[in-house]
Design a protein around this ligand. Structure first.
Ligand code: SF4
Ligand code: SF4
Length: 439
C-alpha cells in the first residue's frame, strides 16, 4: 500500500481524513476513571476534558458525529503529554496517548497547508530537517558557533530573551554545551572486548547524536566491553517519534521504512538504543506500518529492538571488573521506558549491579517530568508545575546523583535542577555504567 495513503477506507464520523483514531480503540474505554490519578494534566487542571477518559470521550463523540473537531479537542490533543501513564493504569488497555497522536494528525490535516511562518517552519523541520542527518548536523554547527563565539554568554547575561516568547527563553536555557556529533567520530564497527557474546546494531537517535554524544559513546563502549560487536550504520534516520508527536504520520512511515531496510541489511542479533523515546517508536513500527509493509519483516525487526538497559539486564551484566562507585543515586523512570515499553526493573538491576552504588527510590519515580517532546516548550507554565512535583520527590531522597535514560527527560530535569538551585548531578544510566567500566 502507498505509504502516503491511509489504510482506513474512510475516516470515522467527523474526523477529516486519513490516520484518524480507529473506532474500536475508542470503544475500549468503559469510563471507570481508574486512570484519573495517574494523568498529570488531569491532576494539574482538575478538568475532565484534560483527562484520559475525557479525551477519549471527545474523540469518540467526533467519530460518532456528535461533535466537530472543535478548538477544545485540538487543544486537548496537544495538551496531552503522551506519557502513557493512563495506559499503565487502565484495566482495558486504552491508549489515550496514542489516540491523541492520531487526533493531532487530524488537526494538522484540517488546518491544511498554510503560509504562516510558524506552519512553514514546522513543515521544514518535520519534512526536511529531521529526515536529513546533514541538515541536522548543520543546525548544530550554528548552535555551536553561538556558544563558542560568546553569543550565548551575552544573551544569558543581558536576559534579552525575556522580551521574546516564553518558549524561546526556555529552549535557550535548556541547550546543553554542544560537542561534535558522535556520528562524526564513531566507526561503523566497534569490536567486542574479551569473550565475544554477540553482534548488535546501535540506533543512534538524533538528539543523542547531536546533544548527548558523550552518553552514546559510553553506551557503545559499555556494549563492547560487555562482549558485543557494535555496528552503527552511518545512514540511519530519525526514528519518526517527533513526527508522530506533531501529527505527521506520513513522514514517520517513510523514516520507519528507511530504518528497517538499513538495519535489516546488517547481520546483527539485536538493535539497541539508549534513547527511551526512540526505543518506543522503533518498537511501534510494527503497528505503524501494519498493512503498508511486509509483515514478516516487521515482526523480525520488532523482535530485535531493545533498550540498552533491557538488553544488558536480559543478557546478564558482566560485573566482575566494574570499578566501584561510592555514590547514592535515585532513578527517574522516563515515560517512554516505563509506560510505553513497560521497562522498570532492568535499569534498577544495572544500577544495583555496580559495586558501591546505593539506590534510593523516589516517590512517583514514573511520574512525567513535564518534558514530553514539545509539550515543555508549548506549555511552559504547565510543564514547570509538573516538573516541580518531580523535583520535590528527587530532593526528598537526598541522593548524590539523579539517573535517567532519555534525552528529553535529561534536558528538562537539568533545566529544573538548575532553576531550583538543586545540587544533584544528573547522569544518563549509561554514563554511570560508563564510569564504572574500565578503559
Ligand atoms: S481510559 Fe481506561 S482507566 Fe480511564 S476511564 Fe477509560 S477504561 Fe477506565
Ligand atoms: S498520555 Fe499522559 S497526559 Fe495524556 S491522557 Fe494519558 S496520562 Fe494524561
Amino acid at each position: 500500500m502507498d505509504i502516503e495513503q491511509s489504510k482506513q477506507p474512510a475516516p470515522p464520523g467527523n474526523f477529516v481524513t486519513a490516520d484518524a483514531p480507529g473506532y474500536d480503540s475508542l470503544l475500549q474505554c468503559m469510563r471507570c476513571g481508574f486512570c484519573l490519578p495517574s494523568c498529570p494534566t488531569f491532576q494539574l487542571t482538575g478538568r475532565e476534558r484534560s483527562s484520559p477518559r475525557g479525551r477519549v470521550a471527545m474523540a469518540r463523540a467526533i467519530a460518532e458525529k456528535k461533535l466537530d473537531l472543535t478548538a477544545a479537542m485540538k487543544e486537548e490533543a496537544f495538551f496531552c503529554l503522551d506519557c502513557r501513564a493512563c495506559t499503565s493504569a487502565c484495566p482495558s488497555g486504552v491508549q489515550a496517548g496514542s489516540i491523541m497522536e492520531h487526533c493531532r494528525s487530524q488537526v494538522a490535516r484540517q488546518d491544511g497547508v498554510s503560509l504562516s511562518p510558524a506552519r512553514q517552519l514546522r513543515a521544514f523541520v518535520l519534512e526536511k530537517m529531521l529526515p536529513s542527518p546533514g541538515l541536522m548536523k548543520n543546525s548544530l554547527v550554528v548552535a555551536r558557533l553561538y556558544q563558542r563565539l560568546g553569543l550565548q554568554w551575552l544573551v544569558r547575561r543581558t536576559g534579552v530573551l525575556s522580551l521574546g516568547p516564553q518558549w524561546l527563553g526556555k529552549a535557550e536555557q535548556m541547550l546543553p554545551w554542544l560537542e561534535k556529533p558522535l556520528s562524526d567520530g564513531l566507526a561503523e564497527l566497534t569490536p567486542a572486548r574479551g569473550e565475544k557474546r554477540g553482534r548488535v546494531g546501535f540506533f543512534l537517535g538524533c538528539v543523542m547524536n547531536l546533544m548527548f554524544a558523550e552518553v552514546s559513546s559510553q553506551t557503545v563502549r559499555v556494549l563492547a566491553h560487555q562482549g558485543f560487536d557494535v555496528v552503527t550504520p552511518g545512514k540511519q534516520k530519525c526514528c519518526g517519534a517527533p513526527h508522530l508527536s506533531e501529527g505527521d504520520p506520513i513522514t514517520a512511515r517513510k523514516l520507519a521504512v528507511a530504518n528497517i531496510e538499513l538495519f535489516m541489511a546488517q547481520d546483527v542479533d539485536y538493535i539497541i538504543t539508549d534513547c527511551a523515546g526512540c526505543g518506543a517508536a522503533l518498537k511501534d513500527y510494527k503497528k505503524m506500518l501494519e498493512g503498508y509493509y511486509d509483515e514478516a519483516t516487521l515482526h523480525a525487526f520488532s523482535a530485535k529492538i531493545r533498550d540498552v538497559s533491557e538488553f544488558l539486564a536480559e543478557q546478564g551484566l558482566r560485573s566482575a571488573d566494574l570499578i566501584p562507585q561510592p555514590v547514592s543515586v535515585t532513578y527517574h523512570d522516563p515515560c517512554h521506558l516505563a509506560h510505553a515499553q513497560q521497562i522498570t526493573a532492568a535499569p534498577r538491576i544495572l544500577i544495583k549491579a555496580i559495586p558501591g552504588v546505593e539506590l534510593r527510590e523516589m516517590n512517583e519515580s514514573d511520574w512525567c517530568c513535564g518534558s514530553a517532546a514539545t509539550f515543555g516548550l508549548k506549555y511552559v507554565d504547565a510543564s514547570h508545575k509538573i516538573l516541580k512535583r518531580k523535583l520535590a520527590n528527587i530532593a526528598a531522597t537526598n541522593a548524590d546523583l539523579l539517573i535517567t535514560a532519555n534525552p528529553g527527560c535529561q534536558l528538562q530535569l537539568a533545566w529544573g535542577l538548575k532553576k531550583a538551585d538543586m545540587q544533584q548531578q544528573l547522569l544518563h544510566i549509561m554514563q554511570l555504567l560508563g564510569q564504572a567500566t574500565p578503559v
